[in-house]
Design a protein around this ligand. Structure first.
Ligand SMILES: [Zn+2]
Length: 183
């Protein structure tokens, strides 16, 4: 297993729709890729990581939700599709490709997602709260959409100076040098 470098805002791979997974084709490499993605996400205390965030052009993501007093929920979604959404919430979000930047993003409160799991079996997920938010954030990544593009124009403009400042720091940031999880 290895920690991989996380692509930061500005890198082209984050703004391109990912390639649909042919499960048979990547079956052999999948366990290593997924283990690396979980390790990378854990090393920076993330709740989700899409393949294109580590520079891999595949429609898959990992999610890990930690609820107080509960075992963490780890899930792999391959070729996920959002099939239902309802309600609305506007909560603070961050992104591993924008370290240090947070903004309130409007999302559906509840979603239904269909995907394949790590074994290639179809799954249907009904989620709400943080889990629903993470699913929408990761599916957006796989569609080449970063979270700040979900913000109203005015909020985006307001964030711009902070974003420019952070961007200069990200150039030096490489998760592979961070070592094991701190959380
Ligand atoms: Zn993200």
């Amino acid at each position: 297993m290895a920690i991989r470098r996380i692509c930061k805002y500005g890198e082209k791979v984050l703004e391109k729709k990912t390639r649909k997974v042919d499960f048979g084709e990547i079956k052999k490499e999948l366990p290593v890729l997924l283990a690396d993605m979980f390790e990378t996400m854990d090393s920076v205390g993330g709740a989700g990581l899409a393949a294109n965030q580590v520079g891999v052009d595949l429609r898959l993501a990992v999610i890990k939700i930690q609820r107080e007093g509960e075992e963490p929920l780890s899930i792999v979604i391959i070729n996920p599709e959002l099939v239902e959404r309802s309600g609305s919430l506007c909560e603070e979000e961050g992104c591993l490709s924008f370290p240090g930047l947070f903004a309130k993003v409007r999302r559906a409160a509840k979603v239904k997602v269909r995907a394949l799991n790590e074994k290639g079996l179809p799954i249907e997920i009904n989620a709400e709260g943080l889990f629903a938010k993470a699913l929408q954030h990761e599916i957006d990544h796989l569609d080449g959409i970063v979270f700040i593009s979900r913000l109203p124009l005015m909020s985006r403009l307001k964030l711009k100076p902070a974003l420019m400042k952070l961007k200069a720091q990200w150039k030096k940031l490489d998760e592979r040098k961070l070592g094991p999880a701190k959380l």
